[in-house]
Design a protein around this ligand. Sequence first.
Ligand code: FAD
Ligand code: 5PR
Length: 381
Amino acid sequence: MTDSRRHAEISGGGFAGLTTAAALAQMGWSVRLHERAPELRAEGAGIVLWNNSLQVLDRIGATPDLQSRSMTPPAYETRMNNEIQSQEVLEGIRWRTMTRPHLHETLLTAARESGVEIVAGSEVVGATPDGTITLADGETLDADLVVGADGVGSPVRDSLGIPLKRERSRDGITRFLVPRRKAELQALEPDTEWDNVIDFWNLDPRVLRVLYTPANDEELYIALMSPSADADGSRVPIDLELWTSVFPQLAPVLQDAAGIQGRYYGYQTTRLERWTDGHVALIGDSAHAMCPALAQGAGTAMQNAWTLAVAATEAVKADADLPGALVEWERVERPYTDLAQDRSQWYADTREMAKGNQFVGESVETALYNPTDPHRHEVHA
Ligand code: FAD
Ligand code: 5PR
């Protein structure tokens, strides 16, 4: 093997692309990341991360940055018609809530500090299995490893023609970041612990749900769920009168949400026949978009980013066949993602989360996974 550094070209600067970029660069690769948008920013509101991705953040040195503006709420509370079903303290489970812009900024800093070359306003239109990507301006670039981290509409994936199955669920959600307004909420409902995540479900007579997630001392993430068939429930900007009539105790924060345009996302699941083709690997939503029920879309993206970087680096060090190493990577890592995907889709389709006590057994297996433990496959075999 020569001393020259191996080179990776990455399409997409979301959570998956930035994590892969930082990890590969730290493992000695030269890395260029292309982001189609004119600048690198996170779309969307809040996010929950669990042990699987928090372990990866530890390893890429991003944890101190992340901790500064994120929190672990005292409990995950579930209510049905405002009756408490469960308050899960999640003892022994590592989890954290934050805003998406904060997570994105943290990963961007880690990637930059690791020496990743980041090119904004650079659109990738396709890739080939022998390790090239083509940009919208017609330029073709060679790499030892190409990573398609370009989201659910991935042009890298589509250019390879990998068969994909897409399933849509009947519900969807509109997400907002608003000020906490804790004192106002406390005045309306003094007995409530407003630092908890509170999953407010209403199924009867109408399916309307608010997932209330404090992201830090100042910012609150709220997600408003309704079936896509419910025109008023899924309208943006939100129908303030409808939502406050069902969730009067949330009036102050619903009012803020009503001042934001918002976008309704229908839940969907995409499954690929395979995640790799020659020197190209797909990660994150390009490989496995999932329903958000278990909050594992970004988590699995980051876990796969780390394990991909390790697998590719080990193959290079051993002078082994990289495409073969990628196939093996998918074989050993994919089951944890498939599990999270299947469980999330089942929860989305059945709305069983409304019963509470949800973070047990198989539903937390992926969250508890440690992708950075070299012995992990012995433990789980
Ligand atoms: P993306 O975030 O889509 O990033 C793809 C990037 O590629 C974008 O920056 C895009 O501009 C860029 N790009 C696209 N095309 C090109 C191109 N041609 N050339 C160059 N760049 C391109 N996950 C969790 O872990 N926890 C949660 O709490 C959670 N909540 C969610 C709630 C909702 C309602 C939804 C819909 C998802 C949620 N997820 C959650 C899932 C999570 O948001 C996604 O799984 C995650 O953001 C996927 O990251 P990604 O980097 O793969 O894709
Ligand atoms: N959990 C989280 C979330 O953001 C959503 C869901 C569950 C953290 C929605 O965005 O079930 O819809 C869900």
